[in-house]
Ligand binder design. Structure first.
Ligand SMILES: [Zn+2]
Ligand SMILES: [Zn+2]
Length: 274
């Protein structure tokens, strides 16, 4: 009999290890227990989980971290890319409620950890970083306590004008996370995004007019801000650009993963003909 929790669909690596610790009363989860740095640096504590539960590290990184998203955007080999975030642990109230009904346990989904995602792509509900029932941050919330808390969850959607765009963005992210084509090269990604933004008219004196990109992106999705100011750090679009920022810019430029991959393919063709 398998006593150890196995990874559930899109379950975040921190969530599966936390469930195991809860099950065996092993105390609080610390970040070093699930942290993986690209390309594949991790601490010994993770080795123990891998040995006991039998996934390979490659499988675990592909199914339970943001690595596939980083692969799709050309950032998967950069040690500065955060694929196992420690903040923004969040839940969709409807996802948790459905999980409890269908599999008997509520868990944290990896795509809900990307802080730029505001809503669940399946249910349209805004994500909660603090449990609306007991006011505990989801990062510290016991998975087993969702049973009690979910009974009081309000499952009504809060309609707002940015919701449709944010659902579209959340779907874009999940498709990139599940894309098997993977492994775009960062210079191709950068080139494709620059070309597309140029075509959309964001040009100022031969360069990309980043201020206008930020303003329009902010109007479209809301909250592309840093400490109440629009974040202009994206103007470099270099490999240290955060995964969240580049994902948002790629979405803003292309809106669909089909358009994104089409452009990446065309860019590769262009590079090959140089
Ligand atoms: Zn949901
Ligand atoms: Zn709670």
């Amino acid at each position: 009999m398998h006593l150890l929790p196995s990874t559930l669909p899109d379950e975040y690596i921190g969530s599966v290890i936390r469930r195991k610790k809860e099950l065996f009363n092993l105390g609080r989860l610390s970040r070093k227990e699930y942290k993986i740095k690209p390309p594949f640096n991790y601490r010994k504590t993770l080795t123990c989980f891998i040995r006991e539960s039998n996934p390979t590290l490659v499988t675990l990184a592909d199914t339970a971290t943001l690595l596939p998203l980083a692969k799709s955007l050309g950032l998967s080999t950069n040690p500065l890319t955060v694929i196992t975030p420690s903040d923004s642990w969040r839940i969709c109230r409807q996802c948790i409620t459905t999980d409890l009904e269908t599999i008997g346990v509520g868990y944290i989904r990896r795509h809900h950890l990307l802080s730029s995602i505001k809503v669940c792509d399946l249910h349209g509900l805004s994500l909660d970083e603090i449990c609306p029932s007991c006011n505990t941050p989801i990062k510290k919330h016991l998975n087993s306590s969702f049973h009690g808390c979910a009974k009081a969850f309000n499952l009504n959607e809060n309609e707002n004008k940015l919701q449709a765009a944010n659902i579209k963005y959340a779907k874009f992210v999940r498709e990139l996370l599940h894309c098997k084509v993977h492994n775009a090269n960062f210079s191709h990604v950068r080139h494709a995004i620059y070309n597309q933004l140029r075509e959309l008219g964001y040009v100022l004196e031969g360069d990309i007019h980043w201020k206008n990109v930020c303003v329009d992106l902010n109007n479209y999705l809301g909250e592309f801000t840093h400490k109440n100011k629009i974040d202009f750090s994206i103007s470099q679009l270099n490999p240290i650009t955060s995964l969240g920022s580049i994902t948002k810019i790629a979405f803003f430029a292309f809106r669909t993963t089909d358009a994104y991959w089409q452009s990446i393919r065309e860019t590769i063709d262009d590079f090959n003909h140089l």
